[in-house]
Design a binder for this molecule. Structure first.
Ligand SMILES: Nc1ncnc2c1ncn2[C@@H]1O[C@H](COP(=O)(O)OP(=O)(O)OP(=O)(O)O)[C@@H](O)[C@H]1O
Length: 259
């Protein structure tokens, strides 16, 4: 059996790897965004990608779900090359991968309940109302918002909307969660709450997560492993504390510039 060495120095089975990115490159015209990116993400792991704005973090995520195709290199999810997937396989992949966008992306004219029912009826095609009610209740309980079930998004705070956005993504029980700047635009206390919730959801649903952020506290709270992205490459990898306390000049410079 093929093995890899994880960041604790332990051997792990290749079957535990859900996302495997090898030497991908991506340019838009003369703009070389991804120059050489490789990473393996294991089942149930929270990997945080830290990087300044415009480094290609979102481009990497779009390559994972087949919205963009790398110019070179390989992206495998659940062991299959994404660029070789059929339309049906891509559709299936996207039901297994949940996104939490910066805005939370809720439908303004729908109540919280209706927002949560939408992916169950439209994506999973569940018809049993009892099953729907059970899932809505369970996921709202998970994000601490059972009381808000009949409210409209406009009646919620930014942090509450983000929680509902998270609930709406988690309700289909994705195997992989992609978080794009989950705490941007939130005050420090709410940011901390959302970061703790991301950790709580990982523990509760055993989801594999990739979290892209500039927020050091979010990285500290949520990450099993941190990658630092700079100029289209990962320049460092380790636990948050390992990187924060590193004597490496590049890593020190990164932390000094971003904190
Ligand atoms: N579809 C596209 N067409 C052309 N250029 C693109 C496209 N998508 C991204 N880019 C460019 O790729 C670069 C990296 O963008 P990306 O959104 O991945 O950065 P990021 O690291 O996620 O930054 P931020 O934290 O600001 O979101 C930017 O220069 C952006 O303009």
């Amino acid at each position: 059996m093929e093995t890899f060495i994880n960041n604790n120095g332990e051997n792990g089975a290749m079957e535990d790897i859900v996302v495997e990115i090898s030497h991908i490159k991506k340019a838009f015209g003369v703009n070389e965004v991804l120059k050489d990116i490789s990473v393996c993400v294991k089942r149930s792991e929270n990997v945080v990608v830290l990087g300044k704005s415009g480094q290609g973090k979102s481009v990497t995520i779009q390559c994972i779900v087949g919205l963009l195709t790398p110019d070179e290199g390989s992206v495998k999810v659940f062991g299959k090359e994404v660029s070789e997937m059929s339309d049906a396989e891509l559709k299936d992949l996207r039901t297994k991968v949940g996104f939490l966008f910066q805005s939370g992306a809720l439908y303004d004219s729908m109540t919280v309940r209706e927002n949560l029912e939408f992916p169950l009826t439209r994506v999973l095609k569940i018809k049993d109302q009892k099953e729907i009610d059970k899932r809505v209740e369970e996921v709202l309980d998970g994000v601490g918002l059972l009381d808000a079930v009949d409210k409209l998004p406009c009646d919620l705070s930014g942090g509450m909307r983000k929680r509902v956005g998270l609930a709406r993504t988690m309700i289909v029980k994705p195997e992989i969660m992609l978080y794009d700047e989950p705490t941007t635009g939130l005050d420090p206390i709410t940011s901390r709450e959302i970061s703790e919730l991301i950790l709580h959801m990982q523990k509760r649903y055993k989801t594999t997560s990739i979290i892209i952020t500039h927020d050091m506290e979010c990285a500290k709270i949520t990450a099993d492993r941190v990658l630092i992205m700079n100029d289209g490459m990962y320049i460092a990898e380790g636990s948050f504390d390992e990187l924060k306390n590193s004597e490496d000049i590049k890593i020190k410079a990164f932390f000094n510039e971003t904190t």
